[in-house]
Design a protein around this ligand. Structure first.
Ligand code: SF4
Ligand code: SF4
Length: 221
């Protein structure tokens, strides 16, 4: 049930995000993105909202770790749909996403007006479309590799997740049957409680466990 609701919601997030970035459709002469009082390209929108996004993401990450990746990321619907089609689940080191996070942070710090330095005729939307295509192809071939190992946003929330106050815990009821591991979209060793700061709180393992051994706990409880 929760997974159905999540899939539906993620599809909604994806559709809204695509319309937001592309302008989508127009109603009464106003494009979809006009309703948010933004103009121009994706990167410009992103930079304008940077401070709010940063503070909001810190609050979210310190509360629930990678919950953004499981419930709010526009790409999560793409991953959920395409990853199961991949037979090859790569074991690319998960720590690469911290390197991409540092790379993106340095790029934003030293070139905050990156959209101005693009060659004439190259819209940031083309770059966003090319990146999206690469992510879609990688999902088809290698499963959820971008999310687990390369995404800088995933790196950001994984780092914050190490300090998150609400986390999944596996209780004493666990028999290590590992059914939870088989449904984990982040490919975590849930049964042995490993790397749970990478958990997207998708809730699949909680629903799957026949012994109700997995619970969301406040860190001080
Ligand atoms: S499904 Fe439940 S009992 Fe089985 S390993 Fe996971 S937490 Fe333990
Ligand atoms: S640990 Fe459980 S809730 Fe977290 S991502 Fe894996 S299946 Fe989803």
């Amino acid at each position: 049930m929760i997974q159905d609701v999540r899939r539906l919601f993620l599809t909604f997030v994806l559709v809204v995000s695509v319309m937001y970035v592309t302008g989508g459709f127009s109603v009464g002469g106003h494009y979809f993105s006009d309703f948010f009082k933004v103009e121009g390209a994706f990167f410009q929108v992103y930079f304008k909202e940077m401070e709010i996004l940063l503070l909001g993401s810190i609050f979210l990450g310190l509360s629930f770790g990678r919950v953004f990746c499981g419930w709010l990321c526009p790409l999560a619907a793409v991953f959920n749909f395409l990853s199961p089609m991949s037979r090859r689940q790569t074991k690319l080191d998960r720590r690469w996403k911290y390197a991409t996070l540092v790379g993106v942070a340095l790029l934003l710090y030293y070139h905050p007006s990156i959209q101005l330095s693009l060659p004439a005729g190259v819209s940031p939307r083309y770059i966003a479309a090319a990146l999206l295509l690469a992510i879609v192809l990688s999902s088809l071939i290698y499963g959820r590799v971008f999310c687990t190992s390369l995404c800088p946003v995933g790196g950001w929330f994984s780092a914050l997740g190490k300090l998150a106050v609400f986390r999944l815990r596996v209780g004493e009821e666990c028999t290590t049957c590992e059914r939870c591991n088989r449904v984990c979209e982040m490919r975590l060793d849930v049964a042995h409680g490993k790397s749970l700061h990478e958990c997207s709180l998708c809730w699949a393992c909680v629903e799957e466990c026949p012994y109700k051994a997995i619970k969301l706990r406040f860190i001080l409880s």
